[in-house]
Design a protein. Structure first.
Length: 127
């Protein structure tokens, strides 16, 4: 049986770095510096887990169509990793927590965690 795969989409300096935890749990981690790069890999190999930073689109170029930086990637997940294939864990700043729930309409979220995230909080959703 192959190891579960976790994608870490790191778009913030405060993104939780739990590589040691993932290794201890037997999870292979792939790191991505943007949702665009993660989407390219999702099409080839859907992950078992996805951990991503949430950034609300206060003003964006999509005329209010998109909620955040994660919308397009989660829409791709619908096609290439249909629920419940991938457990999505979103990490957000306190002032943006009120907006994260809107993502649930695109793809069900396994967890929404607020910065700073502890290893114990993350481990709870990886079992």
């Amino acid at each position: 049986m192959s190891k579960p795969i976790l994608y870490s989409v790191i778009e913030s300096r405060i993104h939780p770095r739990f590589s040691t935890l993932y290794q201890r749990l037997g999870i292979e981690e792939l790191l991505f510096s943007s949702t665009r790069k993660a989407m390219a890999q999702i099409k080839k190999q859907p992950p078992d887990y996805l951990v991503a930073d949430f950034h609300y689109g206060y003003s964006n170029n999509y005329a209010g169509v998109n909620i955040s930086n994660l919308d397009v990637m989660l829409m791709a997940m619908q096609r290439y990793a249909p629920f419940p294939r991938t457990k999505v864990i979103v990490v957000a700043a306190k002032h943006e927590m009120q907006y994260v729930s809107e993502l649930g309409g695109i793809y069900p979220l396994c967890a929404v965690l607020q910065y700073p995230v502890t290893e114990l909080q993350m481990e709870k959703y990886l079992n």
